[in-house]
Every structure is written in structure tokens, then in C-alpha cells.
Design a protein around this ligand. Structure first.
Ligand SMILES: NC(=O)c1ccc[n+]([C@@H]2O[C@H](COP(=O)([O-])OP(=O)(O)OC[C@H]3O[C@@H](n4cnc5c(N)ncnc54)[C@H](O)[C@@H]3O)[C@@H](O)[C@H]2O)c1
Length: 269
């Protein structure tokens, strides 16, 4: 793929975000901005990319996506380093499982603070920057693009799991603002989409305690491919959907979920 612009990836210290950052470099993006709250692991991702791709400029910016000032300063730093942001992948998120009657308000607030508020703060700051910049030529001579954003929601934003009310609600909300802003900013040449992965083998799954009744095996058994996905397989979707190759794709969801055998919610169009 052809990536003439600048990619920004949150959650780049681990899992899907790290895989996405590495794939952008492998696919020829030469200017990367990586963000995460885990500074040591974030720097490790940067070093690994630089070791493998000598011609790629990578900046790693410790960021707490729940903080407005931290997110705004991430975008400002990205722009002062590279001048613009073209492919923004908002991946940072957390999973706090639990049924409502055993869930504290603090857990609910944390779940929403990272997943929903954090992703919206990133999207808002990225849109604000993208509106200021001139479009660049898209890959393969297609339509010029002012910018593209991909938010990582989840299958839990398209259907419910009976033991993840807060996580599901936080991911449904992401799809709401993704589609709304996707429609609104299309006229400005900015695309906004959501990626909705199924069960993916990342450290996040380690956050689900055995006794939690989340039943990952059952979730995987509902997937037609009968295996969890790899973070690299989700990264492919993020890289494609923000690239010029997806120039006619906006305000929608893409679900790398191994094929759902059962799908309870059918009204998301
Ligand atoms: N793994 C799955 O099965 C799965 C399925 C569907 C959706 N998702 C979503 O994919 C995204 C990435 O998750 P993952 O599976 O790669 O998990 P992960 O735990 O490997 O990565 C999540 C990253 O987000 C970062 N992060 C958390 N809070 C942050 C904050 N306040 N500020 C900045 N960074 C923060 C973490 O430090 C971590 O590096 C999440 O949004 C998650 O909800 C994951």
C-alpha cells in the first residue's frame, strides 16, 4: 500500500495497537506517531520498528487517553513533529468485566473513561487537526483525502454478552459517535469508521479472570473459524480502512470476527 502521510496509533504499546504500528511501517508509512499510557512498552514498540525499518521516523508520546490535555498535547506534538495526521487509529482500550449488580460505579466510570471518553477525545482532536490540513493524494491516484480515522470498537459493540454490560455499552457508544461523525465530516474529505474485532489473542484477554464466567471458549466456539484472531489480522483491517484503498468507505463498521455463527443484533446498518 502507498502511505504518503503520517499515521498516529493509540494503544501502540501492546496487542492490536502494536501490531497496527508495525504493519504501517511494513506497508511503507514513513512517519509514525505512537501513543500509550505504558511508557516502557511504548518505547519498546518504537525501538523494534526503528530496528527493522531504518528509514521510518517514529515518535513515541506517553499519553493518557482519558485526559483532554494529554490527548490534545499528543496531537499537537504529532503536528509539530510531522506537520499533519493522515491515518489515525484509536486502539487504546480496556476491558473491565462484570455483571451490573456486582459492578461498582468506579468500575463503570473507568470503563467509559478509557473506552468511550478516551476514544472520543482522540477522535475530536484528530478531526480538529484534519480540518486544518490540505488533502493529500490518495494511493493509486484515487480521491485526495484530508484524513481517515479508525476507532477500535468490538463485536461487543454490535451484539451483547450477558456478563459485559459496561464494556458492551462503552463499545456501542463508540459506534454511535463514529457513524455520526463519519456522516458529518465526509463533506470535508475525512472518513471515520469503526473496527469490531471478535476474540483476539492479546494481553487484554488476560484481564478476564477464570472465575469471571466470561467464558472465552464459548465466545470462540461461536466464531465460524473456531479460533481466536491474531492482533496482526485486526491490524490489516485498520491499515486498509485508513488507507486510500478504502476511499469510498466511511461511517460504517468492519468486523474481523472469524465469522459469527450466532448474531443476535441485526439492525446495525
Ligand atoms: N483482544 C480482544 O479480544 C478484543 C476484541 C475486541 C475489541 N478489542 C479492543 O481492541 C483494543 C486494543 O485491545 P488489545 O486487545 O490490543 O488489548 P491490549 O491490552 O493488548 O492493548 C490495549 C492498550 O491500550 C492501552 N491503554 C489502556 N488505557 C489507556 C489509557 N488511559 N491511555 C492510553 N493507553 C491506554 C494499554 O496500555 C494497552 O497498551 C481495545 O480497544 C479493545 O477493547 C479487543
Amino acid at each position: 500500500m502507498h502511505f504518503p502521510g503520517v499515521a498516529l496509533i493509540t494503544g501502540a504499546a501492546s496487542g492490536i495497537g502494536m501490531a497496527t504500528a508495525k504493519l504501517f511501517a511494513k506497508e511503507g508509512c514513513r512517519r509514525l506517531v505512537l501513543a500509550d499510557i505504558q511508557t516502557t512498552s511504548l518505547n519498546k514498540t518504537r525501538e523494534e520498528i526503528q530496528a527493522e525499518h531504518k528509514d521510518v521516523e517514529v515518535t513515541a508520546i506517553p499519553t493518557d487517553v482519558t485526559s483532554e490535555s494529554s490527548v490534545n498535547s499528543l496531537v499537537q506534538s504529532a503536528v509539530s513533529t510531522f506537520g499533519r495526521i493522515d491515518y489515525a487509529c484509536n486502539v487504546a482500550g480496556t476491558l473491565i468485566p462484570g455483571i451490573s449488580t456486582e459492578y461498582s460505579l468506579g468500575q463503570w466510570d473507568k470503563q467509559f473513561s478509557v473506552n468511550t471518553r478516551g476514544m472520543w477525545l482522540c477522535q475530536r482532536a484528530e478531526l480538529t487537526q484534519m480540518l486544518k490540513q490540505e488533502p493529500i493524494q490518495s494511493s493509486d491516484g484515487r480521491y485526495p483525502a484530508r484524513g481517515a480515522i479508525a476507532n477500535v470498537a468490538s463485536m461487543a459493540g454490535l451484539r451483547v454478552y450477558d456478563n459485559l454490560p459496561a464494556y458492551c455499552a462503552s463499545k456501542y457508544a463508540i459506534i454511535g459517535f463514529t457513524k455520526s461523525d463519519g456522516l458529518h465530516y465526509a463533506k470535508h474529505g475525512i472518513r471515520v469508521n469503526a473496527i469490531c474485532p471478535g476474540v483476539i489473542k492479546t494481553p487484554m484477554l488476560g484481564d478476564v479472570p477464570e472465575e469471571d464466567d466470561t467464558n472465552l471458549d464459548e465466545m470462540v466456539s461461536e466464531m465460524a473459524l473456531k479460533r481466536p484472531g491474531q492482533p496482526e489480522e485486526v491490524a490489516e483491517c485498520l491499515v486498509w480502512i485508513t488507507s486510500g484503498r478504502a476511499s469510498f468507505v466511511t461511517a460504517t463498521t468492519l468486523a474481523p470476527n472469524g465469522g459469527k455463527v450466532t448474531f443476535f443484533v441485526v439492525s446495525h446498518v
